[in-house]
Design a protein around this ligand. Sequence first.
Ligand code: PLP
Length: 442
Amino acid sequence: MQSLIIMVTILGDNPTVDAKMVAENGVKKWQFGLNEALAVAGSLSIRGTLSKVISCVEEAGPKPMVSFGNGDPSLFPCFRTTPIAEDAIVEAVRSAKHNHYSPFVGLLPARRAVAEYLSKELPYKLSPDDVFLTSGCQQAAEVVMTALARPGANILIPRPGFPLYEARCVVHDLEIRRFNLIPEKEWEVDLDQVEQLADGNTVAIVLINPNNPCGNVYTYQHLEKIAKTARKLGIMVITDEVYGHIIFGNNPFVPMGVFGDIVPVITLGSISKRWVVPGWRLGWIVTTDPNGILKKTKVVDSIENYLAITSDPATFIQGAVPQIFEKTKDGFFSKIIHLLREDAETCFNKIKDIKCITCPHKPEGSMFVLVKLDLSCLEDINDDVDFCCKLAKEESVIICPGSALDMKNWLRITFAVEPATLDVGLERLKSFCQRHEKQSDK
Ligand SMILES: *Cc1c(COP(=O)(O)O)cnc(C)c1O
């Protein structure tokens, strides 16, 4: 105790810390407190925003809650993963071969399986050395953003985007520059703006394809234009393809790595969405860079250095990866796509019938759609957050306000729920909008 007090006294000589001190019970002051960067970063998370919306639901509400907030269809029996994946995990555990620590880059057979899986769509072959395993796509993003951060650097992030990227920038002091996706042009990247925003300190442009929250899938031609623009600017492309292959419209899925000979590409992904197992936490960082620029510029070293000091995905999950990739039947994927296509159709059609909400683009990939709220035809709604809170309170329906994605007065809806639940939730959304419609408009 004595030494503690002495220490506190010594440390207490710092006058700026002094001002914030609280005296209590013989302790002169507690010298620790809020990390402000983390407070900002945490407030950016979708989970944080959604928990605020959920707290608006009245406890003894008459209606069971319907959530169009988080994209996690694993909660519904119709979206259950394939037994092949479940068996692979069981076998990996029972083999007792995966109880050890993993190498920090991941187990070789699993890295090889990811390399082969992604190479199918590329004009060149990836090596296991191009693959780094992570705890979901979330950690993949964390690792890459950390590896790129250096004093003065900035990064181009889409608006609307996925707050995870912005949160990481805040934590690492990587300056965020937002470029717009254009709703009238199927959410294409505003490339003129990208060129204006970039300067000598820009390191990368982030893309999400198929897109969460917009639900669009970029064409080959547009991706090629992005690659050429990035090359001109001397920046790499970071592409979040966690929804790769989850497409149900006209555009095929083209991985950005196809343009790896134009510009170095870092591809992020996971099994979370395609296999509907977000809780298994298995993702990857892949350098799709046949010219080896990321090695030459030592970005790969930075990625490895960070992986060496962070946690790895559970070894038995890695152990199951080769089997999961090898044995999953196409029928499983097509069943999931079929369900999502029907859900997307239902969602788009029902929203067309709601007067105060417009959908600029029918979703053709991912599990989300971004729709615009027309406040001028609603009576007593201040903004998107107010809309979502009142909707939660009156109808027990949870929707993510666009503000969480830097898109005020838009709404992000996930349609990846059981069809019956989707119908119920959208009906409630419709009656909520009718009830709050301006009298003069009725
Ligand atoms: C879900 C999601 C992630 C996170 O994926 P995990 O594998 O669950 O960590 C990353 N990016 C986007 C765009 C997502 O929707």
